[in-house]
Design a protein around this ligand. Structure first.
Ligand code: CTP
Length: 466
């Protein structure tokens, strides 16, 4: 029997086929098979019978809930690890499609990647068979997540600038699904201002990142930041992205929260403190963890049970709190609910200060503590995307909160009136007003848990915009 390829059909037939394939969600080749099978079954006289379209695409038919990963392998020595990545992704029941860039083909072959994926690997934007069968728009549309590993400096630069001169970049530009980058490059290329500029642009565009890690480079004797994350780390990052479902809207996000008062020593047994109970900050930490976030809670001394399901760091002084916050970065979101002492004793005694009959009472000289919220909000490199502060006020609540928002450089402020008659400081309820650059929102008086839940919902809504 003579063989016939789709390319040999006339243009009208090709167009017809393409239309039918698109309508039924099949590849053109599958559409042809379906037509021929139906024709054979019905003893057709040669007319093209209308084959019933399947309910879902071939790939979706196989497993309706299977998440689809499109892996783009860039050209770098780390590309060999991406072969293992394919295996690891498939082990977790994810369906994997693969694109190799031209540069990647110097490191791994379409044959080896294809053998692991279990289907054809895509390489060419202008491959008539490939474009006819699947097409770059469909490759982009049919992915729930696009993983670029290794993401080279060049691929990142192209993405940041919207280039589309090969299949990988055309797919990335046409994608509406989440994109996860696993960069890999020489440390000097990674730290280069141009790469860091591109990285900042990609982060602003909502692209997620895993790695790069620090360590030995392929070039002998070279060390630094630029190693691609290990396949299992990339899989974990992908799973976190998939985990961001309705009941876990903060999955994959690192949230840093300060809570409670600080204690500033006068001497080894005495200290300056305030009335903060830590209840609001601890409630926010619990709500964020319940929403799937990876939470670091940095708490001053409180009389509350240690929360579980999050990382708790206990501190006493403002300076310890700042230090712990610095070490906990990077974070996606930072919430500063602690009532940090504004001043500490400059001349704190090394030994207990003794009272001596007839001597003058000791005088405490105070010095200003670092402002943790303001320090973090003004960072350039590691600033969390959303920085939220509180404003504890006893008068002119909104005006003071608005000036704090501007002065401290944060994105949102939760303002509350902590005058003694409100019972907020140390109490179980809270009345807050959310102050942002867009205006003021008054929230009802509610339990601190409910304030926490409302804040988490607002944060989830905010990050879902990016
Ligand atoms: N804050 C901080 N570090 C400080 C002081 C305050 O991180 N040294 C944070 C608090 O956690 C809160 C916000 O700044 O999120 C505002 O704290 P607040 O006590 O209301 O204001 P102050 O900055 O202390 O200013 P003032 O005492 O003049 O009201």
């Amino acid at each position: 029997m003579a063989s016939l390829t789709i390319r040999q059909l006339d243009d009208r037939l090709k167009k017809l086929l393409r239309l039918r394939a698109a309508k039924s969600g099949r590849s053109v080749e599958d559409e042809v098979r379906t037509i021929l099978r139906a024709a054979a079954d019905e003893g057709s006289d040669g007319a093209l019978p209308e084959a019933a379209a399947p309910k879902m695409t071939r790939r979706a038919d196989a497993a309706p809930q299977t998440k689809r990963v499109l892996l783009i392998i860039g050209g770098g020595i780390a590309a060999y690890k991406s072969l293992d990545l394919i295996r690891r992704l498939k082990e977790r029941g994810l369906s994997v499609r693969c694109i190799l860039t031209k540069a990647a083909e110097h490191f791994v072959t379409p044959l080896s990647a294809g053998a692991l994926v279990g289907e054809k690997v895509f390489t060419d934007l202008f491959d008539p068979a490939g474009e006819f069968d699947v097409g770059h728009i469909r490759l982009a549309r049919e992915a729930d997540l696009i993983v670029v590993a290794p993401a080279t400096a060049d691929l990142m630069a192209k993405m940041a600038n919207g280039h589309a001169d090969d299949l990988a970049t055309a797919v990335l530009l046409a994608a509406s699904s989440k994109i996860l980058l696993a960069p890999a490059m020489n440390p000097l290329m990674w730290s280069n201002k141009a790469t860091q500029r591109n990285l900042a642009q990609l982060a602003a565009d909502g692209v997620a990142l895993v790695g790069p890690n620090e360590g030995e480079m392929a070039e002998s004797g070279e060390r630094g930041t630029g190693r691609m994350a290990e396949p299992l780390e990339i899989v974990a990052a992908a799973e976190k992205i998939f985990g961001a479902t309705a009941d876990k809207p903060l999955a994959g996000k690192h949230i840093l929260i300060t809570a409670g008062p600080t204690h500033e020593p006068i001497d080894p047994v005495r200290y300056i403190a305030n009335r903060s109970s830590g209840k609001q900050g601890h409630a926010i930490a619990a709500a964020a963890a319940a929403a799937g976030a990876d939470v670091t809670l940095i708490s001053g001394p409180v009389n509350l049970p240690d929360p579980t399901g999050l990382k708790l760091i206990k501190v006493e002084t403002a300076r310890e709190m700042l230090n712990a916050v610095g070490h906990a970065l990077p974070a996606d979101i930072a919430i500063f609910a602690a009532a940090v002492a504004d001043w500490r004793v400059a001349n704190a005694g090394e030994q207990k200060i003794k009272k001596k009959a007839g001597e003058k009472t000791p005088e405490l000289s105070l010095t200003e503590n670092p402002d943790i919220l303001s320090t973090i909000a003004h960072l350039t490199a590691k600033r969390p995307t959303l920085v939220i502060g509180f404003a504890a006020e006893t008068e002119n609540v909104i005006a003071n909160a608005q000036s704090k928002l501007a002065r401290k450089g944060c994105d949102w402020i939760l303002a509350n009136d902590v005058s003694p008659q409100t019972g907020i400081m140390g109490g179980d309820n809270n009345t807050v007003q959310l102050v942002t650059a867009d205006g003021v929102e008054r929230w009802p008086t509610q339990t601190k848990q409910d304030v926490a839940a409302m804040l988490v919902a607002r944060i989830a809504a905010e990050i879902s915009k990016s």
